[in-house]
Design a protein around this ligand. Structure first.
Ligand code: ATP
Length: 233
């Protein structure tokens, strides 16, 4: 579904991604793990067209997407749920969700809104509430619901568990699993490597802009190297 081949990305003089290659197959949850500043968010921003690679290629569903404007990439079915949620604070929950469907012209937006409310009953209870007044966990649900309103084929999730209490982290991860089981492929960036590896099929480990390890999520979770560096022993 997604094939990233040898991309290089710079912020001015900073070489943030150094020849990154990875792939995601339809139906998978793939997770990208790595320390702060390793380049995880930079990979997602490059996939969704917010950053342009200086070399290398990105293919999505058979089309070349690198260098295309972000809105064309969303239209093809690749949607980014950014780090820090970025909900529109002065708009209601429902307005935020409707914005997720901004580029859609089909007639199923209303029924998809109901589906999002079934997945996230807490958003339904708060549909008229201003999004800036939601709790961190509710804002995460809203950011995910808004991305689902675009009907993604591939959903990019950047640190969905950030800043959430353990019970809520569990809830968010089980929703990610459900989203995947109902047919959406997921590329998940996480600092919570334990949780990410527990729901993912495959994983990549990134260090200072380079992929240093890749493989089956269960095998990586059992490897001593990963346990020492990312799983707290
Ligand atoms: P975190 O988990 O802390 O978000 P990350 O793995 O997502 O980390 P990135 O945000 O992708 O890391 O950053 C990769 C590198 O690029 C870091 O060294 C960071 O300082 C640098 N970087 C990121 N954004 C910019 C920017 N806008 N300008 C300059 N450097 C940047």
């Amino acid at each position: 579904m997604l094939a990233v081949d040898n991309i290089n990305v710079f912020y001015g003089a900073i070489h943030a991604l150094k020849g990154v290659s990875l792939d995601v197959k339809e139906g998978e949850i793939v997770t990208l793990i790595g320390a702060n500043g390793a380049g995880k968010s930079t990979i997602l921003k490059t996939l969704s067209g917010l950053l342009k690679p200086t070399s290398g290629s990105i293919q999505f569903l058979g089309d070349t997407i690198h260098g295309r404007p972000a809105q064309q990439i969303v239209k093809r079915g690749l949607c980014h749920c950014p780090e820090g949620r970025r909900v529109f604070a002065n708009m209601s929950v429902e307005e935020n969700l409707e914005l997720g469907a901004y580029l859609r012209k089909d007639k199923e937006v209303k029924s998809d809104l109901e589906k999002v409310y079934v997945k996230f009953p807490r958003l339904k209870e708060r549909q008229k509430q201003l999004s800036g007044t939601l709790s961190g966990g509710e804002q995460q649900m809203l950011a995910m619901g808004r991305a689902l309103m675009a009907r993604p084929k591939l959903l990019l999730l950047d640190e969905p568990s950030m800043g959430l209490a353990p019970l809520l982290v569990k809830e968010i991860f089980s929703i990610i699993k459900e989203i995947n089981e109902s047919g959406t492929t997921v590329l998940l960036v996480e600092q919570n490597a334990n949780m990410a590896l527990s729901i993912a099929h495959r994983a990549y480990v990134i260090e200072t802009g380079k992929i240093v390890l890749a493989g089956d999520a269960k095998e990586l979770a059992d490897s001593d190297e990963i346990k020492k560096a990312y799983l707290g022993g």
